[in-house]
Ligand binder design. Structure first.
Ligand code: CDP
Length: 229
């Protein structure tokens, strides 16, 4: 905790595996504190979407890394009341919902394992995060992007529970999906994310680990709020 300037932590990092509730809890926390919410996963998703869109081979590390270096990604306040937490823009184009597509889901962890992509994106994330008054969510915020964060939380749950939540979320939005496919992609993504060489998914040594298997959203939020205060 940053005890010199404030009792409330200024930089809050929330990490954890796919669909562990980081974004829901992080957004709620940011709104409560009047902080900026920054979901770093959308940046990896944006590069993956653009690579697929341009027909770049996802396995071509050099080409995908070059794309990450030259692409302008912007995250702006939500411009439409369609359930989005924020707008995601790539080179000025709104791709907020495109980055949630099944093809992006299936390829994003391959892209996020590339050193060149991580260097390009985490530098930008660090610059924004250092300004403080921020809730930043991802996989490596507490370990690599902002190791100096005042509070680090690692949100976890079983793959089955996380897949069930992601399934409910998509159905509630009026989408179509199948639970088994989601579970398979969640497990695959977790595997790639936690075994990659650079900035693998893991809890920072000084992170508070919260398992949400037996907790609903309000209960998780209450615990997070208690940690903040
Ligand atoms: O929302 P969900 O947990 O499904 O995923 P996300 O947070 O949008 O992240 C999508 C992917 O981006 C992850 O599976 C990671 O491969 C990658 N990612 C990362 O490597 N580092 C981050 N700080 C955030 C996301």
């Amino acid at each position: 905790m940053n005890k010199v300037t404030s009792q409330i932590p200024s930089i809050i990092a929330i990490d954890g595996p796919a669909a562990s509730g980081k974004s829901t809890i992080g957004l709620r926390l940011a709104k409560t504190l009047g902080y900026l919410f920054f979901d770093t996963g959308v940046m990896y998703r944006a590069i993956t979407w653009l690579a697929l869109q341009r027909g770049i081979d996802i396995h071509d590390e050099a080409a995908v890394s070059a794309l990450a270096e030259e692409t302008q990604i912007d995250v702006a306040p939500a411009s439409k009341p369609d359930g989005r937490a924020c707008d995601v823009l790539v080179n000025g184009q709104d791709i907020t919902w495109e980055v949630r597509s099944r093809s992006v889901d299936a390829n994003v962890s391959i892209v996020a394992a590339y050193g060149g992509v991580r260097r390009a994106l985490s530098q930008q994330q660090r610059r924004v995060g250092q300004r403080g008054n921020i809730v930043m969510v991802g996989r490596d915020i507490g370990t690599v992007v902002l190791p100096e964060a005042d509070l680090k939380i690692y949100l976890d749950a079983t793959a089955e529970e996380r897949a069930r939540r992601r399934y409910d979320e998509i159905i509630a939005r009026g989408g179509k999906t199948d639970y088994d496919g989601i579970l398979k992609r969640v497990i695959e993504r977790d595997h790639i994310d936690s075994t990659r060489d650079m900035a693998p998914l893991k809890a920072a040594e000084d992170a508070v680990v919260l398992n949400s298997d037996q907790l609903n959203e309000d209960q998780v939020f209450e615990r997070v709020l208690a940690l903040v205060k």
